[in-house]
Every structure is written in C-alpha cells, then in structure tokens.
Design a protein around this ligand. Structure first.
Ligand code: SF4
Length: 324
C-alpha cells in the first residue's frame, strides 16, 4: 500500500484500500478537511497551486486525514444530493489530479497506473499514440478540438496528439482528467447519514460562496434547440466547452439579455469563476460579437436540429412564419 499515491489520487482503488486497511473513521478533523476540500474544488485555481497537497514529507496522520477527507466529502455530497455541488467537486478534483500529473514526465509510473485503472492507455500505431474509438468518444472533452471530424481515425483508433504544434494541453492527460471527473461525480446514495456527516454537511452549505447558482427563468421552447441544449447544461450544472459557453453568451447578448442575468446563468456551471465569467461576458458585450452562423455551430458540434435558418438568431422569425 502506497499512501502517497492514495493521497494524490484518493479516487483510485488504492485510495479505497487505504481507507479500509487503515480503518480510517470520519472524525471532526477529517470532516473539517472534507468541507475545505469541497470548497477548494469549487474555487479551483491551478495557476496559484491552491489545493495541491504534496504528501511526500507529510506525517502519517496527515496522510490519513487527507485520504479520509475525500471519502468524507463524498459522504457529505451523497447526503446533500446537490447536483451543483457534486459536479463542482468532480470538476475540481479532476483538475487537481491533472495539476499533479502535468508536472510529471511522460511515462511516469503515476500516469501509467492511472491510465491502466481508468482504461485509457494509449497505444502506438505507426508511431502515433492512439486510443480505441469507443474509449476516446467516452472520455473526449466537449471541445471542438476533440471532435472526431478534427481527428485522425484509422482502424478503429483515434490519434492522441502531443502538446505543442497548436495543442495546448497533454491530450492523454486531458482524457484521463475526464475519466476521473466522471468517476468522482458518480455517487452512491446514503440513507441515514451519520450525525458527524449531517453536522458538517450543514456547515458546508453555510460556507458556500455567496454567489449561489441562480434560478434559470427561461421557459423551455423560448430558444432554438441548440441554445436550449446549452441552457439545459446550465440547468443541470454540467460543464460546457469553450465554444458552447461562448456561443451561449453571444446569443444571450444579441437577444438583449442583461449582463447580470447572463452572469447568473453562467453561475450554474460547476467550474464557475465570477471573475473570469464576468470578464468574458463584458468582453463579448464590448466587442459586439455577432452570433456564430448555424454552419459554424455545426462545426463546433453544437447544432442539434435542422431548423432551416442561417443563424440561431433567425429562429424566432422562422418559428413565427411556420406557425402562421
Ligand atoms: S439549425 Fe441553427 S438554430 Fe437550429 S439547432 Fe442548428 S444551429 Fe441551432
């Protein structure tokens, strides 16, 4: 049992075993750390290194607290059944793992172990790293860069590109990050949570950032299908790729939706950061960006119907004409 590995990646089998073998029980210290863990995940800042815990020189009891805090956080989230919190936690924990991993050289044992556990081990074909198509599709981030039309697909395998030459991230690790996010976000149910979990869950809810996700006030059917889908992602507190957010913001701005309301909609995304979202929305307003045409939405993978319009902004008119 390697505790340092379990500390860094508590969502693994190794993490689970560490809890069992060391008989880690939730106490106030672990629960307190779990509350902090969830709050950190919601405010993840990779650049500042906040939330990265290096167990290398930590005392044994600290390592056990760290591992236990992950389990306790999951128990709290299962008890609270709050989709926004759960998704935020999953996104934050996955980003935290990515932050560890991106500092490691290619082929590092940590990377290999995780790739094997999550079933995302790239294999060389004609000198290129590749993944089976089904695995790739399952874990590809929602971004235009990862769409299959922009990929080399051969013999049922998809090429994974290296960082550099227009690729900003290590794609093997980015796919692993998605796999981790999915696992962390998958919670069991917990009936009759222990008193200590209920007590600290309550504290967690009281410590939530002031900007709580705002209620969505759009009626279903007010907008074209592509925009409905993006709004639905916000309603369900699911993450959206850059193009999705951008298109949604530009659409809402062009429809005259006030800045505060757009910010409120964006606050529903699990990795919401008020400073960044505010900057992006204001930037789009000031630059007066036009709505991407349907053909562009199609290339982003965001078009979900054939509405016979050129732009999502033309949908209202088209719908009225269709009714009359
Ligand atoms: S055709 Fe245009 S309006 Fe309709 S779903 Fe596609 S992008 Fe949206």
């Amino acid at each position: 049992m390697e505790l340092d590995f379990a500390c860094r990646y508590p969502f693994t089998e190794e993490g689970k075993q560490a809890i069992i073998e060391n008989n880690i029980q939730v106490n106030d210290e672990i629960a307190e750390r779990a509350v902090q863990r969830v709050l950190n995940a919601m405010n993840w800042r990779d650049k500042e290194g906040r939330g990265i815990y290096d167990p290398t020189y930590a005392h044994l009891s600290d390592k056990l607290t760290e591992i236990g805090s992950y389990g306790a956080a999951r128990m709290m989230l299962s008890h609270l059944r709050n989709r926004y919190l759960t998704n935020s936690f999953a996104v934050g924990e996955a980003k935290r793992a990515y932050a560890f991993l991106k500092g490691l050289e290619e082929g590092h044992p940590d990377i290999k172990r995780l790739q094997e556990e999550f079933g995302v081990v790239p294999e060389k074909r004609e000198g290129k790293d590749t993944l089976p198509l089904a695995t790739y599709v399952k874990f590809a981030p929602r971004s235009v860069d990862y769409r299959l039309v922009n990929r080399n697909v051969k013999g049922g395998r998809v090429e994974i590109r290296k960082k550099g030459a227009g690729v900003s991230k290590r794609e093997d690790l980015r796919l692993l990050q998605e796999a981790i996010k999915i696992r962390v976000g998958h919670l069991g149910t917990i009936k009759n949570a222990p008193e200590i979990i209920r007590k600290h869950s309550e504290r967690l809810m009281k410590s939530m950032p002031k900007v709580a996700p705002s209620k969505m006030s759009f009626e279903k059917g007010d907008n074209p299908p592509c925009i409905e889908k993006l709004l639905e992602a916000a309603r369900l507190h699911q993450n959206l790729g850059h193009q999705g957010r951008w298109s949604l913001a530009v659409y809402l701005i062009n429809k005259g939706v006030p800045y505060e309301k757009i910010l409120g909609i964006f606050s529903n995304f699990p990795d919401y950061d008020e400073r960044i979202a505010s900057y992006q929305i204001k930037h789009a307003i000031n630059r007066n960006y036009t709505m991407p045409a349907c053909s562009m939405m199609l290339s982003y993978g965001l078009c979900v119907a054939n509405c016979k319009v050129k732009s999502p902004l033309g949908w209202d008119e088209w719908k009225k004409r269709k009714r009359s």
